[in-house]
Design a protein around this ligand. Structure first.
Ligand code: 6PG
Length: 237
């Protein structure tokens, strides 16, 4: 990892605003920017801010959108990460359909191979893996990130681009990027808010307690930057 940066904000809305500003600066001058989006509550606020305040400022056709993970449900299911992005962002901006590369997770395991080859097709290959300009991640209170859960740490080092995963409590199937692809990105940004993440975040940042059990601990882009956008209830100073 080249560098790790912590950005602290008052509340989830400020995190989303701060990240939207950072994202805008990041993409402003790029013409084929590739980003993997995340599900979760803070990305939802981030999409709302992009749609409301950056609607006319961003050349949307210059961005290629992918996902870091998807639930194995149809794209119009309320649980779908694609649907969440569509409802909060894509339905409100002018984005060519060809710039949106959703995970067809409703297809189940076969999508692991199809989406993996889509990544090979659209992204430059660096170090043997596709390289995103940016991967946006959330983190669960159990330390999971994307859909790499504590009971499947092996997915962090998988040789594949994508994998089939299952939520440990609900059993819901997911398709996720592997740690190999996430850690190959030029930049990775975590958006983490809420008091229920406090203990896990503290352990990850101090490398203490059970940090080795949390998938998020292993996200360290090999050659890129790692950014943590957090609110004070998740990461008190
Ligand atoms: C998903 C995610 C997942 C999420 C975390 C944090 O599809 O559920 O990609 O990894 O980012 O569970 O979610 P919150 O921000 O809502 O706590």
């Amino acid at each position: 990892m080249k560098k790790q940066l912590v950005h602290l904000f008052k509340d989830p809305n400020d995190v989303a605003n701060g990240f939207a500003h950072h994202f805008y600066n990041e993409i402003e001058t790029k013409d084929n920017y590739t980003v993997a989006l995340s599900g979760g509550s803070t990305p939802k606020l981030f999409f709302d801010i992009l749609a409301r305040e950056y609607h006319d400022l961003i050349y949307w056709e210059n961005i290629q959108f992918f996902w870091g993970d998807e639930r194995c449900v149809p794209p119009d299911d309320p649980e779908s990460n694609f649907k969440m992005t569509y409802d909060h962002l894509f339905s409100k901006i002018d984005i060519p359909e060809s710039n949106v590369h959703r995970i067809h997770a409703e297809e189940g395991e076969s999508e692991v191979v199809r989406y993996g080859s889509i990544l090979d097709e659209y992204l430059p290959n660096k170090n043997g893996y596709p390289q995103f300009d940016l991967v946006i991640l959330g983190m669960g209170a159990d330390g999971h990130t994307a859909s790499i859960f504590p009971d499947s740490l092996d997915l962090l080092e998988s040789k594949e681009n994508c994998a089939l995963a299952a939520h440990p409590d609900s059993g819901q199937k997911r398709i996720t990027l592997t740690g190999s692809v996430i850690n190959n990105a030029s930049k990775v940004s975590f958006l983490v808010t809420g008091e229920n993440k406090q203990n896990v975040l503290k352990e990850i940042h101090e490398k203490s307690g059970n940090y080795k059990d949390y998938p998020a601990s292993y996200i360290n882009p090999t050659e890129g930057e790692l950014h943590w956008f957090m609110d004070k209830s998740a990461f008190p100073e």
